[in-house]
Design a protein around this ligand. Structure first.
Ligand code: HEM
Length: 129
């Protein structure tokens, strides 16, 4: 069962990476005619972050971690921040504020890389110890 949850967790993560990089790609001016897709991608990202958070939380205790483990706490903080940024990008993805949503996606990329780094190394650079 836990391996199925981890599999679902990984599927979410691949989706998240795909959407964030695809959405940054769309930020280029030559793809302006695809702007209407942006809102759908933002909604999908929020859903995947929530589902990734749920599947991740379901693995914490069975895998022998605690909710007070620093990198797990950091994951919750980062996922919360990522959802706020994705919601902000959703609100600002129309002209003339489109540049704001692109900046939000730049920040999202950094946050996603940080979560993956923390999960793989089981450590966080946030001072949560
Ligand atoms: C609140 C949110 C989250 C929690 C509580 C959480 C928790 C976990 C847990 C318990 C594992 C299993 C580690 C193991 O097998 O020993 C895991 C694996 C992983 N998580 Fe998450 N996760 C969350 C969100 C995310 C997000 C949003 C991402 C990436 C965008 C992510 C990336 C990963 C990766 C790459 C692994 C595999 C690490 C490995 O096995 O080496 N997690 N996560």
């Amino acid at each position: 069962m836990i391996s199925l949850i981890k599999f679902l967790h990984m599927l979410c993560i691949f989706g998240i990476i795909g959407i964030v990089s695809g959405r940054l790609f769309l930020a280029q001016r030559r793809f302006a005619e695809l702007d209407h897709i942006a809102g759908r991608l933002d909604w999908t990202l929020i859903a995947l972050l929530v589902f990734g958070g749920i599947t991740g939380s379901l693995m914490v205790l069975p895998k022998g971690y605690q909710f007070t483990t620093p990198w797990i706490m950091a994951a919750f903080i980062f996922v919360g921040l990522a959802i706020i940024l994705a919601a902000f990008a959703l609100k600002t993805n129309k002209k003339p504020s489109k540049w704001l949503s692109n900046i939000a996606y730049g920040m999202l990329l950094v946050i996603i890389v940080s979560i993956i780094h923390d999960a793989v190394t089981r450590q966080t650079f946030l001072p949560l110890h």
